[in-house]
Design a binder for this molecule. Structure first.
Ligand code: ADP
Length: 407
């Protein structure tokens, strides 16, 4: 197979025990190869690798660190048989997903020691992500000595939130001295689908009002006005907003105080309960946080599972209502991510459940809603004033685009 010998962007998303990668051609954003190294430093470590000329290959590997994982990824990319590039010289830039840039970084940046310090500084607000993102950056720095490395932040797209949307009703010093405010997450995904929506509708993004619903394991809803995020459901951390796979979403903060003082729970126990034991997993009680399992249980008359799905759909609907008001009308509602792209049932419950949303001009077409979303799907009825779209998200492509634009 012919191999690419220049101008590819490598996108790296380094997590606590996995490194995801995508290699794209700069010219046409074609994906050359992608995959994931999982269970780094544990037993049964494996790499899953797909390239444009080969089907999926899954292999057990021995990988003890993120650096080893990046070396392994490169071995695959340049492999004589199934590689897609001649050598690592074909990679002209690396784009890294970084979760938290706080208020200090509001756009993609070339990584230098100062940027690394800021990523480190915000580790206190994103302890599960930023330290691992940094590890990925340092692994790449040690392997690729002199190509630009760019950090693209999940929080950056939400840096345009106005003060009235990002402040909490706490003493102002909590914001000023401790940085406690809404930051918002999934920004790269919201930005990607917002752009795709404008391209699909064929109008400048600067003229459009939309509500982007990223419904996955973690879910967030964003109000996008003229291409800028003006409000979003996740907050200081990705715990706020709708109920999610294992996260509780927004709750009365006094519940936490009650758990501390009356239930004698320790802070780390509460943190674990809110982030890992709640959401679908906690409410449905079927020992799964996977929306498919919860939907199946609901179909088999499990009332707790039905309650979990109904509260999820209801909460998404409430955000759509709130953001329709915040935007003073909306041109498009966009569904994306695992649940948003693949679950017509949940989309239908969001848009048509109870009395529907027709008084807001939002009317789903039940038949169009059932089509499989290989690409953008338009699912509103002819009566709907508002477009309802399903758009597969692609954070790697967005990171590659922003990396390329910067270099
Ligand atoms: P993450 O937030 O981890 O990136 P994804 O966007 O991949 O997650 O979404 C994962 C979620 O999508 C899981 O809860 C999974 O059950 C759900 N999902 C995937 N396919 C379907 C489907 N056909 N119907 C309902 N839910 C689905």
């Amino acid at each position: 197979m012919p191999k690419q010998n220049n101008s590819a962007v490598l996108v790296i998303n380094s997590g606590s025990s996995s490194v995801k990668f995508t290699l794209l051609k700069i010219m046409d954003e074609k994906i050359l190869a992608k995959g994931i190294v999982e269970r780094i430093g544990l037993e049964r470590t494996k790499i899953t690798y797909t390239s444009w000329h080969e089907k999926k290959r899954i292999q057990s590997v021995s990988v003890a660190s993120v650096r080893d994982a990046v070396s392994m990824i490169i071995e695959y990319l340049v492999h004589e048989k199934f590689g897609v590039i001649e050598n690592i010289g074909a990679v002209s830039a690396i784009g890294h997903r970084v979760v938290h840039g706080g208020e200090k970084i509001c756009k993609p940046v070339i990584i230098d020691p100062n940027v690394k310090n800021i990523i480190q500084e915000y580790s206190r607000l994103a302890p599960l992500h930023n330290p691992h993102n940094l590890e990925g950056i340092e692994a790449c720095e040690s392997i690729f000595s002199d190509i630009p490395q760019v950090a693209v932040f999940d929080t950056a797209f939400h840096s345009t939130l106005p003060e009235h949307a990002y402040l909490y009703g706490l003493p102002y010093a909590m914001y000023k001295d401790h940085g406690i405010r809404r930051y918002g997450f999934h920004g790269t995904s919201h930005q990607f689908v917002a752009r795709e929506t404008a391209a699909y509708i064929g109008r400048p993004i600067g003229e459009l009002k939309m509500i982007t619903c990223h419904l996955g394991n973690g879910s967030s809803i964003t109000a996008v006005k003229n291409g800028r995020s003006i409000d979003t459901s996740m907050g200081f951390t990705p715990l706020e907003g709708t109920v999610m796979g294992t996260r509780c979403g927004s709750i009365d903060p006094a519940i936490v105080v009650h758990m501390l003082t009356h239930l004698n729970m320790r802070p780390e126990e509460i943190d674990h309960l809110l982030n890992r034991k709640s959401g679908f997993l906690g409410v449905a009680g079927i020992n799964s946080s996977d929306a498919r399992d919860v939907l199946n249980a609901m179909k088999n008359d499990n009332t707790q599972a039905a309650a979990a799905i109904q509260m999820y759909a209801y909460q998404v609907r409430k955000y759509i209502g709130a953001y329709t008001a915040a935007l003073n009308g909306v041109d498009a509602i966009v569904f994306t991510a695992g649940v948003g792209e693949n679950s017509p049932e949940i989309r239908a419950m969001v848009c048509s459940g109870d009395d529907g949303l027709d008084n807001l001009g939002i009317v789903l077409d039940p038949e169009r809603n059932m089509a499989a979303p290989f690409t953008t799907l338009e699912i509103q009825s002819d009566k709907s004033r508002v477009k309802i779209l399903v758009i597969p998200t692609d954070e790697a492509q967005e990171i590659a685009r922003q990396t390329h634009a910067l270099i």
